[in-house]
Design a protein around this ligand. Structure first.
Ligand code: ADP
Length: 627
């Protein structure tokens, strides 16, 4: 009989399992029981939809530990596997595509992979030196035996098995210096692992255990008796009364089910009756999963119909802007036989989704109000998603999402828009914002000078999507958003405006000359109304800001990359450089052209923009320095 090789990635994962220094080796039992439970779910589902007549109560998981033979056996009467399924399911990792191994056998890597994916069946190799799987698919006459001692490969042969289902036999490793493998053969350890990880499994997990009992007719003589015990309570956590569940249990369920090491920030456990009858248990994670902002991330809640899982990830239950929520929904209103296709159009499902969305929003608002620290953590992880929600709907979701928004501000902390508005000065017309790659960079922006000087608060936009989002919102509670780089800041008095206009007219020729020299780079050179001490800055006219240009220029689409802001070079009339420009204009026009270019480039640098001609810029600067 030929030994078959594992697929390359499976082999690597296996190697990691065998040499695992992972401290939670005990999770192998949870993984195998969960597979057994899934297999029974599949059979139950089949039975329901094809009227086969197998019921839940016909199914059970059996565990046997044999200390002498060092074997731990897990038997289920689920759907079983055909020869091909044994080959495909156990010879390759199902999720191989998403498993990106960077370095092999590194401790952190090891833990991460186990933590993030839950490696399923292969985790058996953390505790077993040999794994045997005997399986018979439901409805088939043939059974097969799959055996493997690790990375060298596996064998599959025909076998005898009286009834359908799967039996997994682990030959437990010998005790090592730092590892006590023996304990996995003791009823005490097995019981405690099942209570810890698999209590809510909906099929009984049974084990024969030895007890002592008084010998009949005797008062002090004992005899041994074998009792079959059910080790799990079988009630899914979401079916229990809220008052019966501790936070620890809620969090434990989350961590086990979603392979997350961090406690969730909050859980939402709701039961609703009426137009839509369902129970939901949802969690807000503390951190974004590593692939959250990639195409690979799949949103969705697990969908159960009266306790039977019908879909692992039902995407229609969550709007994109709440795609970070994890959890499940159990409803009596959905038919078991419903197909994915039909589910999309199901009215009941839509009602449930609407109602869930409301619960999630309320929970987030509650968190925002009662536990700011947690909410900020949440917003750091998922705030961008909320902003996309407003942007991508062209502002249609504004009303439902705007209260969830927060921005850093010149007043030092994260602020909601409601809080910003409540702090606005009486004469203040706009909600001001400034954009940049970091808070430190924004704080140094010359454009913020005047606004700050007035004592107005400025929102700091450090997220790429920020400006796009508020452009879709237009205003908050009637107050328009205004960039500190915008045309008309609404800061100066009529008299001040007049004066600026006059100085500009007096120097029209100079400005026209500089504009011409910078043609193709800026739309105009103007006097600034927003600078106090700084010499120059770049602002823009129209819908597209300099910051937006920066974001778009990093995009792959040609059209996005060619979008340019209409830039204005602003000069501070109070700065000595302005006097210098004026006098040079009378004596040395070439120098003015040079200065214009240098000032423009400096303004670009302040904005953190790429400069057009770094060599030309340095040469010009040196020329002046050498004078
Ligand atoms: P996952 O369960 O995450 O898909 P596993 O490596 O645990 O990954 O299992 C791979 C596949 O093997 C399962 O998806 C399932 O199809 C099959 N399988 C595992 N255990 C059993 C079992 N006890 N009965 C039937 N099929 C099983």
């Amino acid at each position: 009989m030929a030994t078959k090789k594992f697929k390359a990635e499976s082999k690597r994962l296996l190697e990691m399992m065998i040499n695992s220094i992972y401290t939670h080796k005990e999770i192998f039992l949870r993984e195998l029981i969960s597979n057994a439970s899934d297999a029974m779910d599949k059979l139950y589902f089949k039975s329901m939809s094809e009227n086969i007549g197998i019921t839940r109560s016909d199914m059970a998981i059996k565990i046997e530990a044999d200390k002498d033979a060092r074997t731990l056996t897990i038997t289920d009467n689920g759907i079983g596997m055909t020869k091909e399924e044994l080959e495909n399911n156990l010879g390759t990792i199902a999720k191989s595509g998403s498993l990106a191994f960077k370095t092999e056998n590194e401790k952190t890597e090891d833990v991460n992979i186990i933590g993030q994916f839950g490696v399923g069946f292969y985790s058996a190799f953390m505790v077993a030196k040999k794994v045997t799987v005997i399986s018979k698919a439901y409805g088939s006459d043939e059974a097969y035996i799959w055996k493997s001692e690790g990375v060298d490969g596996y064998t599959i042969e025909e076998a005898e098995k009286s009834s359908y289902g799967t039996q997994i036999i682990l030959e437990i490793k010998d005790n090592a210096e730092e590892e006590n493998y023996d304990e996995f053969l003791t009823p005490f350890k097995i019981k405690s692992l099942i209570r810890k990880y698999s209590d809510y499994i909906r099929y009984p997990i049974m084990m024969d255990t030895e007890h002592e009992k008084l010998k009949e007719g005797s008062e002090n003589e004992y005899e041994k008796e074998i009792v079959t015990e059910t080790l799990n309570s079988m009630t899914p956590i979401w079916k229990k009364a809220k008052s019966e569940i501790t936070d620890e249990e809620y969090n434990g369920f989350y961590k086990d089910k979603y392979y997350d090491y961090d406690e969730p920030l909050a859980h939402i456990h709701t039961r609703t009756e009426g137009t839509a009858t369902y129970t939901a248990l949802m969690y807000i994670p503390a951190k974004a999963p590593y692939d959250y902002y990639s195409k690979n991330y799949e949103k969705g809640l697990t969908l159960y119909s009266s306790g039977v899982m019908i879909m692992e990830k039902c995407a229609d239950l969550l709007p994109d802007y709440f795609s970070f929520v994890r959890g499940l929904v159990d409803s009596e209103d959905l038919s078991l036989n419903i197909s994915r296709e039909m589910l999309q159009h199901d009215r009941q499902l839509k009602l449930i989704a609407k109602s869930l969305e409301k619960s999630i929003k309320n929970e987030l608002k509650k968190l925002q109000k009662n536990d700011r620290e947690k909410y900020e953590k949440f917003f750091d992880a998922f705030g961008t998603q909320i902003k996309y929600g407003i942007y991508e709907s062209f502002g249609a979701n504004k009303d439902s999402l705007q209260e969830l928004l927060m921005f850093k501000s010149s007043f030092g902390t994260y602020t909601t828009l409601e809080e910003y508005v409540s702090r606005m000065k009486e004469e203040q017309k706009y909600i001001y914002f400034a954009s940049g790659s970091s808070v430190a960079r924004i704080e140094a922006l010359p454009q913020t000078e005047m606004v700050k000087d007035k004592g107005y608060e400025i929102l700091y936009f450090t997220d790429h999507v920020d400006e796009f989002t508020i452009q879709m919102m237009h205003d908050y509670s009637g107050k328009e958003f205004k960039s500190v780089s915008a045309d008309d800041l609404g800061l100066e008095t009529e008299a001040e405006k007049e004066e600026l206009k006059k100085t500009e007219e007096d120097n029209k020729e100079l400005f026209d000359f500089m504009t011409e020299k910078l043609s193709g780079k800026v739309k105009a050179v103007k006097l600034s109304q927003r600078l106090k001490t700084h010499p120059v800055c770049i602002t823009s006219e129209g819908m597209l800001s300099v910051e937006m240009e920066k974001v778009l220029s990093a995009m792959p689409e040609e059209q996005a990359r060619s979008a340019k802001a209409q830039k204005i070079l602003e000069i501070n009339a109070e700065h000595p450089i302005f006097a210098k420009l004026k006098s040079l204009y009378e004596t040395d026009k070439d120098a003015v052209a040079s200065y214009a270019d240098i000032l423009y480039t400096q303004a670009l640098l302040i904005e953190g923009m790429a400069i057009d001609d770094p060599v030309g810029f340095t040469n010009k600067l040196c020329e002046i320095m050498a004078k």
